[in-house]
Every structure is written in C-alpha cells, then in structure tokens.
Design a protein around this ligand. Structure first.
Ligand code: MN3
Length: 202
C-alpha cells in the first residue's frame, strides 16, 4: 500500500480571505505530503501491515508493530486528519439548514450555534498542537472532543465527521499566534453538506 496525496477539492485561494492561499498551499503540498511520505516509509518497514486500512492503523496503537508504532500512528493519523480537513471546507461555507443531521445537532447541543460555540471552545482550549472534532459515537449521538498531535477519535471508537486543524502551521502566516481568530474565520468555510453526508452514511 502506497498512500498518495488526495486531490484538493478546490484551488489554493478558494478559502480566502478566511484561510489564505499561501497557507493552504504550504499546508497541503508540504505538511500533508510529508506525513504521507513518512507513513509510506514506515509501512515499507512493516510488510505485515500491507492489508491494514488507514482507519485500522489509527484505531489501536498497541496493535502496531513496536518498531514502527509511533511513526505509523502519528503519520497515518496526520494523513487521515488532513484528508478529512480538506474535504470539510469549501468556498462560502454556511450553516446546516435542515434534515436528520440538524435534528441530531439540536438533540445533542440545543442548536447549531451551540455546537459552534462548544467546538470553538474545545479547539481554542487544546493545549499545543492538535485537532478539534465533531464525531458520531456508536449509538449515533454527536459529540465534540479535541486530540493532541495526530491522534483521532477512531482510537475511542468514534467516527469523525468534521475537524479543524489547530496546529500553528494551519494559521500562523495569517493569524500568527491568534488561534481564536483563525477558528472564528474557519467557520465561514465549513462544508456542511459534506459533513451532513458523512453523518448519514457512517
Ligand atoms: Mn496540519
């Protein structure tokens, strides 16, 4: 299995002015690519993982061969999280307006605005590098959590639906250390149709 960089579903400048073109370009072509290269390198040393899916690689760390455990875990997590992150954004994102997904949001959080507030708080509060996720649990309920480094909700048996990258490389060029400003801006480019689609099929 050799992983490759998935096609970016829009141009580098598609998320302007909220996320600047240079940040998207560097983040995608350099950072994301680097995780893929390191993942492929680690997997080349562990042929026993050849048939293991990307999701399986980041579900159970202890199941990974010790010699490549950290490298596979961190870089597969990085590849998975970034792949979802790109899909979760689009030009002129909006708010989810109707359907089963909105019902689930209202059940869990009270309103879409409350979801937004809670996820903003969790993303801003993640200490150091990491991610904030909206997930669906095995009972079909929604929840929000943050993870450090490249850990994902799959390690807890939860299905990721939406993610924001709060590593500094995701926002430093435009926002420097002002992570809360980046998070506020990011809400303008969330692709809710895509997230709702994941909610329905997962
Ligand atoms: Mn990143």
């Amino acid at each position: 299995m050799n992983y490759t960089l998935p096609k970016l579903p829009y141009a580098f400048d598609a998320l302007e002015p909220h996320i600047d073109a240079r940040t998207v370009e560097i983040h995608y072509t350099i950072h994301h690519q680097a995780y893929i290269d390191k993942l492929n390198d680690a997997l080349s040393k562990a042929p026993e993982l050849a048939d293991t899916s990307l999701e399986q690689l980041i579900s159970d760390k202890e199941a990974l061969p010790e010699a490549v455990r950290d490298a596979v875990w961190n870089n597969a997590g990085g590849h998975f999280a970034h792949s979802l992150y790109w899909q979760c954004m689009k030009t002129d994102g909006g708010m989810v307006s109707e359907g089963a997904f909105l019902d689930a949001i209202n059940d869990e959080f009270g309103s879409a605005l409350s979801l937004k507030e809670k996820m903003t708080e969790v993303a801003a509060g993640q200490f150091g590098s990491g991610w904030a996720w909206l997930f669906k649990d095995k009972e079909g309920n929604l929840g929000i959590l943050s993870t450090p480094n490249h850990d994902t909700p799959l390690a807890e048996g939860k299905t990721p639906l939406l993610v924001i990258d709060v590593w500094e490389h995701a926002y430093y060029l435009k926002y420097q250390n002002r992570r809360p400003e980046h998070i506020d801006a990011w809400w303008n480019v969330v692709n809710w149709e895509y997230v709702a689609g994941l909610f329905l099929i997962k």
